[in-house]
Write a protein that binds this ligand. Structure first.
Ligand SMILES: [Zn+2]
Length: 325
């Protein structure tokens, strides 16, 4: 049973954004790039447009992966509070939305791959219908030889791969007739096209929050913050801000009933090819703006959808609070 405050299906997201854009033209600039498969990838700039952007504190919040829907629901609920002063289900805003609108420019990209999200068999992964093996086969596709999940690559071409997955994974965004990318691992993704456009539009970004979900199969943690893989080599001011911000998020999670946040805050520990994707695709961005990655448990009864959404909202709230100082 999905919570009434949960909006994640692209059709519902598009409808609500349309309503907001019509009702709040002074607060919301709703822009989209059409992805190859024909769905809009939104970049929602939320701020009081009557105040110049120059002095505002700026953050980008985005959600790369289609099998991780809670960050969509969380962003929509935060945007609702910013624009309307109420949550999607009609509760008063938990923060001073007028002050945020005056002092901050927030760009939300609630869903980097809506075509993938729309192909998911569920709107939220609660662990009741799919094992993690089945879930992962939805994520990356079904390997015809093993019946389990297909491989993880930055880009693949279905005229070259052999054998092809028997069902294409929803994590991959189709970018041309035959090419597919993982959105946060290839610059041809709509996500990266938006990130670069926004970085060109404004030079002074204070934060980038990358919202994710993972399964936490081998530990009791249900949420964690990950720092960039190149963290140790970043400028001191970027490192200091990223770590302080990460601690704020973890502290916020600690106040949520049912959450078990990992206390250790560490750089991404991937090796090999997966690390190399991040070095190549993010290496020029990491030194310019503090970036943290939030991971909330997915597909597990310990973290039901409403809690998944809540924990994502807490991460966004902590980010906004840091901008306000
Ligand atoms: Zn992810």
């Amino acid at each position: 049973m999905i919570d009434p405050a949960w909006i994640s299906h692209p059709d519902e997201v598009d409808d609500l954004i349309g309503e907001w854009a019509a009702a709040y033209p002074g607060l919301l600039r709703a822009e989209h790039k059409m992805q190859f498969a024909g769905r809009p990838v939104w970049a929602l700039s939320v701020t009081d447009n009557s105040i110049p952007d120059e002095g505002k504190r700026k953050a980008m919040v985005f959600k790369p992966h289609a099998h991780e829907p809670a960050p969509i629901a969380a962003q929509m609920n935060v945007i609702s509070q910013l624009l309307t002063g109420q949550t999607i289900d009609g509760h008063p805003s938990e923060f001073d939305n007028q002050r945020v609108l005056r002092e901050c420019l927030l760009v939300f990209m609630p869903d980097a791959n809506p075509e993938g999200t729309a192909r998911a068999p569920v709107e939220a992964w609660d662990g009741s219908e799919y094992t993690n093996d089945e879930f992962w086969a939805w994520m990356r596709g079904i390997d015809p030889e093993t019946g389990k999940m297909w491989k993880r690559v930055d880009l693949w071409d279905d005229t070259i791969e052999d054998p092809l997955p028997t069902r294409y994974g929803i994590v991959y965004e189709q970018i041309s007739e035959h090419e597919y990318v993982e959105p946060n691992r290839h610059h041809a993704s709509t996500l990266f096209r938006w990130i670069f456009e926004m970085m060109d539009r404004h030079a002074d970004w204070h934060a980038m929050l990358s919202l994710h979900q993972t399964e936490f199969e081998t530990c009791d943690d249900t949420c964690m913050i990950i720092l960039p893989c190149l963290y140790d080599d970043l400028p001191e001011d970027i490192k200091r801000e990223a770590m302080a911000w990460a601690k704020d998020v973890v502290a916020g999670w600690g106040e949520v009933e049912g959450a078990h946040p990992r206390q250790e805050i560490a750089p991404l520990n991937y090796g090999g090819e997966q690390r190399q994707y991040f070095v190549e695709r993010w290496g020029d961005i990491y030194p310019r703006v503090p970036i943290i990655t939030s991971e909330i448990q997915n597909n597990n009864a310990k973290t039901p959808p409403a809690l998944q959404q809540r924990l994502n909202e807490v991460a966004i709230r902590a980010t906004i609070d840091r901008l306000l100082g």
